[in-house]
Design a protein around this ligand. Structure first.
Ligand SMILES: C[S@@+](CC[C@H](N)C(=O)[O-])C[C@H]1O[C@@H](n2cnc3c(N)ncnc32)[C@H](O)[C@@H]1O
Length: 489
């Protein structure tokens, strides 16, 4: 059946829908409901590898006990496994300064400190916790860090504790030097950080049934980051309810910065901690030791990625360059932006790439924001923009900083400048959509989200996004999909 060698034809085969349904039911990856083309490309690779031309035969194989290794190969492809050490530094700050000190003290009375990284991929996440704990409390021995994932091949890599340069991106030299041993292009995690971390193959779908012991008992902290975004909302809710049961009273859940925080707040108490939001099980005496977080009514969304929001916002930037109104953008009554689509590419007088000066200065802005020095971050970012007016990266960073300060309208304007300068900036369209949705403008929100969706769907899978701190196009695509689904009710 030579026709199956074409992925474009593959997903028209009657067996394709059966395969897709099987995979979504097995894994929960509802993400694939409307991604036949992407799934067909993955499946095609495996048909070629196995020299199988019949899709029904392939489905029978991966459903059979003998085909579990082949299923695992496919899972390695279809379940996005992007991860790296200390991903989302704000959350690691929150662990270090707010969450772990209290949990460690509690564990001293109770016995073992139990932490679960659910959907750990190749292990950077549980190992980051191991590094953090060994630095915070070297004498603490009663630690149990569990990493689970549906994909056995990824777990094999995790157990080997060997990582690529890419998985260590952003890691300070000091941590590389102290925690890893270099081997050619690879990095071996030193044995003391590997000890105490165990890995187990586990499908999160299985925690919906079966006793808590099967899932590993109850935990002080669960990290389930960048996993639930690939699930349908209903499944996500059922898993969240179960994760809640699997936390001790006073235990914490950390999710990815793209996960729908209002949904999670139905199950656990959102708590504002070092520049991010974490979720806590607060049944009784243990709960409520930290101030709870009130979801914002307008604009002031929870921080995206920076720790240490100061108590009083700094004043607006002293001076920002004036930008022309973006073609396709206009401002309506109440200053509500109306009617914009992806504008035609601007014709800048100078090519931004030749004008960008001092990108190091932008890294410095990141560091200031990460350290919670918002006033200096804002000043430095404004200075950077004055020198590099046509670099969208500066305006994007400024938008994030402004939003963190509750300056939604100014943040919105900065985002408009980003899409004016780079109409392909998917994250800027996404944030514009989010802001429109927050102000109740569903029509414009849909437009912005659709722009973001169209842009990410044209990128190869796993493409890191400009300004995304490691977020890849597939992840944003899933998020956008959920926002659009919510807007469409
Ligand atoms: C994007 S990675 C996230 C890795 C890590 N948590 C992080 O944030 O860096 C998502 C992981 O979830 C896993 N996953 C997806 N569906 C799963 C399921 N049903 N059960 C367990 N793991 C799953 C994937 O295999 C993948 O390794």
């Amino acid at each position: 059946m030579a026709h199956l060698s074409e992925p474009a034809l593959l997903h028209r085969s009657p067996a394709f829908q059966a395969l897709k349904t099987y995979l979504i039911e097995l894994t929960g990856l509802g993400y694939y409901h409307d991604k036949d083309g992407t799934l067909a490309l993955h499946v095609q690779r495996h048909l070629t590898r196995l020299n199988i031309s019949n899709l029904a035969q392939y489905l029978d194989l991966i459903r059979s006990p003998e085909g579990q290794e082949d299923l695992d190969y496919l899972l390695d492809d279809i379940a996005i496994g992007e991860t790296y050490f200390f991903r989302n530094t704000a959350q690691f700050d929150a662990l270090q300064y707010d969450i772990l000190p209290e949990r460690i003290a509690n564990a001293r009375n109770r016995g073992t400190l139990k932490i679960w990284s659910a959907g750990c991929a190749s292990g950077a996440e549980p190992y980051s916790i191991s590094i953090l704990l060994s630095r915070m409390s070297p004498a603490l021995k009663a630690i149990d860090i569990l990493g689970t994932d549906i994909c056995g091949r990824r777990l094999k890599r995790a157990r080997s504790a060997v990582f690529s340069e890419w998985e260590l991106r952003g890691l300070p030299d000091e941590l590389r030097r102290d925690c890893f041993t270099r081997q050619g292009k690879l990095w071996n995690l030193n044995a003391q950080f590997v000890r105490g971390v165990t890995f187990r193959q586990q499908n999160l779908m299985d925690i919906l049934t079966g006793p808590a012991e099967d899932a590993g008992g109850q935990f002080d902290i669960i990290l389930c980051r960048n996993v639930l975004i690939y699930f349908d909302m209903d499944l996500m809710r059922r898993i969240l309810a179960r994760l809640r049961d699997l936390l001790v009273d006073g235990g914490w859940l950390l999710v990815g910065h793209s996960e729908p925080f209002l949904e999670i707040a139905h199950f656990l108490t959102p708590v504002s901690v070092s520049g991010t939001t974490a979720y806590r099980r607060c049944d009784g005496a243990d709960g409520e030791t930290l101030s709870t977080f009130t979801p914002p009514l307008v604009w002031t969304a929870p921080p995206v990625n920076f720790p240490g929001v100061p108590s009083a916002p700094p004043p607006p930037p002293a001076m920002l360059p004036n930008f022309p109104e973006t073609p396709g953008f206009s401002v309506g009554a109440n200053n509500a932006p109306v009617n914009y689509e992806i504008p035609p590419p601007p014709e800048p007088a100078v090519d931004p790439r030749t004008q960008v000066k001092g990108r190091d200065a932008l890294d410095e802005v990141h560091k200031l924001a990460d350290a919670g020095d918002w006033r200096k971050a804002m000043d430095s970012c404004t200075a950077y923009i004055a020198d590099n007016q046509l670099d969208p990266a500066g305006h994007f960073l400024l938008a994030l900083i402004l939003e963190h300060q509750g300056q939604g309208a100014a943040a919105f304007e900065a985002l408009k400048r980003v899409v004016y300068l780079d109409r392909g900036h998917a994250l800027a369209h996404f944030h514009l959509g989010r802001m429109h949705a927050m102000t109740g403008d569903a029509k414009q929100a849909k437009r912005s989200f659709s722009n973001a969706r169209d842009l990410v769907s044209r990128m190869p899978l796993g493409t890191p996004l400009a300004g995304g701190d490691g977020l890849v196009n597939d992840e944003l695509g899933t998020l956008v999909h959920q926002h659009l689904a919510r807007l469409e009710g």
